[in-house]
Write a protein that binds this ligand. Sequence first.
Ligand code: NAD
Length: 283
Amino acid sequence: MIILDGKALSSQIKSQIKTQTQELKTKHNITPGLAVILVGDDPASHTYVKMKEKACKEVGFYSIVHKMPESISQKEIEETILMMNENPNIDGILVQLPLPSHIDTTRILELIDPKKDVDGFHPYNFGRLVQGLDTFAPCTPLGVMELLDHYKIDPKGLNVCVVGASNIVGKPMMALLLNRFATVDICHIYTKNLQSHTREADMVVVGVGKPNLITSEMVKEGAIVVDIGINRLEDGRLVGDVDFENVSKKASYITPVPGGVGPMTIAMLLKNTLKAARKRIHS
Ligand code: NAD
């Protein structure tokens, strides 16, 4: 069994991005810029935003965080996004989700200029992704693809079972795998007999948010197992959706949590922001 080490790969990618950022500065006087909109006091959201800010600093990006109170109005968030759309120093705009319930999240995400949509959540970019066109793909599933490529795991012709079908994880994961000619089976909360799907799969990719959802009886011998889930247990431990201890005995490759897909997500955010900044060269 081989561990798919996202921590090691993400630091390699970050150091490449740092070098490329330096080049962009010297040759074209461009510093990639990321704007983050953070609403409310959710501790997990604050932690994620801090990690993103730190990563931007490490690679030499310019970053700003617009912190807004829980009581903020739809209009005020929208005005900030429109301002960031016009700001020439900002290449990427990210709205940390979830937003408070009085905010229309879909409308907010649709207001981001698709050229600055480094999270890849805009329906325009998702449509392009499904059609296999150049786009910003959502960072988490993009990180999974990068991890598979690094370990020379080719999805072509594999039966892949994606468990979880959200707009930010499962659906774009399905599209990326299909674009690489995997046969994709996508499962969700209403799927009957989940294990009849997972047991057939050469690769299981799970992003649900339920500890131990995937047990060893649910995967076939030699399967590749990718765990996107992040769950904080009562004792403070961070675990994924896979019963790692037992599933790892059957898997050929497996991602750990932490240290698997999580760090890849941030590396892909940096990659997408650099890609957006490069578009300034020819504009
Ligand atoms: P979500 O709640 O939007 O979606 C969950 C999906 O799982 C839904 O499609 C739902 O139908 C499905 N589901 C729920 N219970 C199920 C069950 N018993 N069997 C099969 N499917 C079931 O969540 P999300 O935003 O997509 O996040 C999913 C998980 O991925 C969470 O643990 C989240 O923390 C994690 N996540 C990790 C990263 C990362 O960087 N590693 C990034 C984003 C999300």
